[in-house]
Ligand binder design. Structure first.
Ligand code: BV8
Ligand code: ZN
Length: 247
């Protein structure tokens, strides 16, 4: 297992570019780190959003039931930050790399929609979408791109309160999307895990699934993570610096 540090980034580019040209099907798991260079704070890093808030209060059904207004204030703030953000060179490089393999799937834990805005064509949002609102009474979903919702919490035409269309802790992932993510992971001969602390399951489990299905696994992260010791190549670099080098 090769551990390439950013100082030997040249070596990483050569090796990964070689694996990419030989790959028929590529799957990529991304986390908040790929959006960091778009100005969107990560969850667990220095200055991460979980620092100012506690995850269990905000990203759980119990937290929402207890204080829907507080949870909505947090999501409304995040929506306003994301509305100002642009896809960065990392998102754009991933979209461009799609043409390099017969099958190329982006599996993202991010709810910011930046992969779609960067024109990636095959994106699986396994933790939902921050722009989607879902009524807790009638279940109707709608996309609302207005970064400052009025009133908070928002209400559905049926009178029911709406929640963010994201997956909270203790909630299962959207069935169909998760199945597609597993299928793409098992079929991949090259798997990237980019900008995730790999502590949230079942998403983080895709890395081990790819490995045991025989894929080569490349981690692109500025830091060590629990999967770093299991991947074939650790590329210690930011996503916006590393990915464009593969083009
Ligand atoms: C479920 C909501 C059950 C959306 C989120 C014990 C063991 C295993 C699992 C569990 C356990 N106890 C509880 C669980 C289950 C739990 C879980 O995993 N908990 C963890 C914390 C222990 N999981 C769940 O509850 C999941 N559901 O299991 O359901 C079930 C099953 C069947 C039927 C019914 C129920 C649901 C998980 C989804 C939770 N929702 N958020 C939102 O508001 O965004 S999770 C939250 O963390 C975000 O969604 C985010 O996507 C996710 C992961 O965070 P990351 O993306 O990795 O971001 P982070 O800040 O952590 O890391 C950033 C990384 O980037 C760092 O490594 C950093 O070094 C790097 N970086 C920074 N800058 C850069 C960079 N890398 C590259 N370039 C840079 N420039
Ligand atoms: Zn409704």
């Amino acid at each position: 297992m090769e551990r390439v540090r950013s100082s030997e980034a040249g070596a990483a580019v050569e090796v990964v570019a070689g694996w990419l040209s030989a790959a028929k099907s590529v799957a990529v798991l991304t986390g908040a780190g790929i959006s960091a260079e778009s100005g969107i704070p990560t969850f667990r890093g220095p200055g991460g959003v979980w620092k100012t808030y506690r995850a269990e209060e905000l990203a759980t059904p119990e937290g929402f039931a207890r204080d829907p207004k507080l949870v909505w204030e947090w999501y409304d703030w995040r929506r306003s930050v994301i509305a100002e953000a642009q896809p960065n060179a990392g998102h754009r490089a991933l979209a461009a790399l799609e043409a390099r393999a017969e099958r190329f799937t982006v599996i993202t834990q991010n709810v910011d929609g930046l992969h779609d805005r960067a024109r990636s064509r095959n994106v699986l949002q396994v933790h939902g979408d921050i722009w989607t609102l879902r009524c807790i009474v009638c279940g109707r979903e709608r996309r609302d791109l207005c970064p400052r919702l009025e009133p908070l919490p928002p209400y559905c035409a049926c009178g029911g309160m709406e929640r963010p269309g994201v997956v909270w802790f203790g909630e299962s992932l959207p069935q169909g999307i998760w199945e597609q993510a597993v299928k793409a992971t098992k079929a991949a001969d090259l798997f990237f895990v980019i900008g995730t602390s790999a502590v949230v399951h079942p998403a983080a489990g895709l890395v081990y699934m790819a490995k045991s299905a025989g894929a080569r696994v490349v981690e692109i992260n500025v830091d060590d993570t629990p999967v770093s010791s299991s991947v074939d190549l650790c590329w210690r670099a930011s996503a916006a610096q590393a990915l464009p080098q593969l083009l």
